[in-house]
Design a protein around this ligand. Sequence first.
Ligand code: GLC
Length: 752
Amino acid sequence: MKFRILALEALLMVGANGYAQQLTLKADNIDQIVKALTLEEKAHLLVGGRTPANNIIGAAGATQAIPRLGIPSIILTDGPAGVRISPTHKGDSRTYYATGFPVGTALACTWNPELVENVGKAIGEEVLEYGCDVLLAPGMNIQRTPLCGRNFEYYSEDPIVAGTMAAAYVKGVQSNGVGTSIKHFVANSQETNRTEVDEVISQRALREIYLKGFELAVKEANPWTVMSSYNRLNGVWTQSSQPLLTTILRDEWGYKGAVMTDWTGGRTSYDRIIAGNDLLEPGYNEQEQDLIDNVKNGKLSMDIVDTRVKTMLGLIVKSPRFKGYKYSGTPDLKAHAALTRQTSTEGMVLLENRDQTLPLKDVKRVSLFGVTSYNFIAGGTGSGDVNKAYVVDLKSGLTNAGLTIDNDLQALYESYKDFNERVRKVNGRWVRTDELRVSRQAIERQAASNDLAIFTIGRQAGEGRDRTIDNDFNLTNDERDMLNDICNAFHAQGKRVVVILNMGNVIETASWKAMPDAVLMAWQPGQEGGNSVADILTGKQNPSGKLTMTFPIMVSDVPAVNNFPIGNSFRSSNEKGRRNIDYTLHEEGIYVGYRYFSTFNKPVSYSFGYGLSYTTFAYSKPIVKASKNGFDANIAVKNTGGVAGKETVQLYVSAPKGTLDRPTKELKAFAKTHVLQPGESQTLQFHVDTYSLASFNEQASAWQAEKGKYEVEFDASIADIRATASYTNPKAFAQQVNDVLKPDRSISDIKP
Ligand code: GLC
């Protein structure tokens, strides 16, 4: 009874005018509100609203309102490439299409955090003006192998690139006063069996590769929320892992925001709240009851519940919805379309350009091959897809640029194209079933009557399923035969062939890349994709994108692929479950991507950091100076070619030999010039702090950087060293951390 009176008193505050006032949530009365909440209401706040309680239909989720205390429901919407809501609402004549921006991989390949921040700003404006409060993005898991279905949403095989891009994106989105959710924390490295698989990872690989990007993003950008992933980690669900969600994320990294789960049901709830989640999404009735029951039986302390409730109220009071923002429903889609065109152009990577085939010269008539040319793939599938108003395909982009597309060939594809047929669901997954096999005679006729051949190879992938090797990572037989026939026919006429890769992931390139005259990786470039490709082919834009992942010669060259679910077959099965399905051993350890290929001297098709330009750049002698914490460096880059362009300089460091094995070199910083006119120079500045030179010593449970001489490289790509210097670390560095998240199975990481 006493408790009820207290709650009532708390409710009826006496205002300055002497009259009783209803207690309502404010930014500065959260403690009071917590006192006034009943246990049922607290459970409400920790479990998602089954469907968005507001009129933003099609958003992924929401929190629950407590109207009596002025606590609104806030809206959570996907995704990394743009706002994902239903474009039409019953009874509303307006439309709610959002801009389809380039996928995460394409953003990262710009190597331009400033540009990525601008994209974040634009997406954040659409979140705000479409009445949402938190964007469930960026996706930033490490691209451990080329076969993960969601790589398109992610940034890189390298944690510095991933963390830097994620931080830029978060700052941009949150500059609108809306939130983000960096995801999926942590090590959601495969889609196969993603809600059950146990990702088994050494502490060192976890710290240096899988956690490092999230650490950077948390410390640099302070995202409003973090999304705990579906998978297990070393035997424990990440969502139930207190060492992960509290000891590391909050105690070590100082994170003060909210943690929400990925969209999972079925698990116990109280332990996920104890571990460090503040919100269980999407929310189920039994979850609230589970919390209430476990408070009553003592398993879940009211202190922890109140801590989580305070965090949720702290999130809610920041939201536009709480602030009563009157959203317009009309963000500046035109400006955002222009931005996505510019951004996707800057993320495209020129892989081959023999005899300066590009930019196009004396080309008017184009033979446009490939089903994807006429149905360009703007983004990946699943929650990372965006309901866009349009997609500019390559045919349209080239036509817009003044080129003439061969009508006969176009008609052939248009008749064939019923893309609902050609791009159809196989085993629940959108795949491009096959290429149109144009006859050799038809190709020869094309070569006789047109100036150039363009052949687009497309791939689609997405959430919930990983890629296969045949007909996905590797070319299909039809694609290979078509490429062969096209090159033979056009080269016989002294004409050239350009291949466009339209995909969100890596494919096999070594066996065929010498056949065409130019190869452009267009990624999944968003809704303006066709125009962006045309901007590059015509020279309107000079390509400046570089790869943020390695293109292996064969997928089996990637060590992690030995521990990856190839297709749905699993490698072996024992009492511990199915290898690569129920548990995946990250036996490659820290040797992911270039860390492996450069350290083990394995050849690749295209290196990490590689990308061609229409111009050339010279690097000056670098200056490296010790600072009070690490070192500062600068280097001048000069455009020594004939056209304006941008250059990204990558700074790699090789540590002195020490007790720990290490990659030969690791990326520690990077910087991109602005557009340099021919002859123009720009000096790029870098800072590398001592902590980022450190490696993780499992025995000591500490980050350690040896005293001694560190070699410093300034590279155009990891394989293209342009300048070197060195830095002497005056004294050994060590930073102790908690000895947590040990693997639950023995795992033998590879060593050089
Ligand atoms: C999905 C995804 C996550 C997404 C969420 C809401 O399963 O894993 O990235 O934000 O559910 O749609």
